[in-house]
Design a protein around this ligand. Structure first.
Ligand code: CO
Length: 169
């Protein structure tokens, strides 16, 4: 599994509903967790490894084996506004201020096929919003503050240029 980097088109493609938990899906999830840890990420969405299914793995706690898996996640409620610092494995070297809700209620399915509800605040709420956005084809650059958008413009152009060159080869 290779991390897809901006502006690879799959990152802008909304993912598709997971209908059932199969052996193949469990295997995909296991690989996603490995990729997340090996890149020291706190969350990963399927499109970031080239898949178009509604799957995310995350772990706000750097301690291993506390990761969680959410299939078909949906943000049902969000309240409050915060400005936080964020990065993304699909945007190497780019960090900046983004606007997020401070509290969210997320529903989805776990690997046992059961419905789960997660009430989150703080870092977990931030991660869930970032990953659900990914699954909908929305990147964190869309949530950046105006000042940050200006600051990262050049770096984004560099990633776009690198992608164009790789396509040309
Ligand atoms: Co990301």
């Amino acid at each position: 599994m290779r991390i897809r980097v901006y502006p690879e088109p799959i990152l802008l493609q909304p993912a598709i509903l997971v209908k059932s938990v199969t052996k193949e899906l469990r295997e995909v999830v296991r690989k996603m967790i490995d990729v997340m840890y090996s890149h020291k990420g706190v969350g990963l969405a399927a499109q970031q490894v080239g898949l178009d299914k509604l799957i995310t793995v995350f772990n706000p706690d750097p301690e291993r084996e506390k990761e969680r898996v959410l299939l078909n996640p949906k943000i049902c409620l969000s309240k409050g506004n915060v400005e936080v610092e964020e990065g993304c494995l699909s945007f190497p070297g780019i960090y900046g201020r983004v606007r997020r809700a401070s509290h969210v209620l997320v529903t989805g399915m776990n690997l046992s096929g059961k419905e789960v509800r997660i009430e989150a605040e703080g870092l977990l709420a931030q991660i869930l919003q970032h990953e659900v956005d990914h699954l909908n084809g929305i990147l964190f650059t869309a949530k950046m503050t105006p000042a940050t958008k200006i600051q990262v413009q050049r770096q984004l152009k560099q990633l776009e240029e690198r992608y164009r060159k790789a396509q040309g080869d």
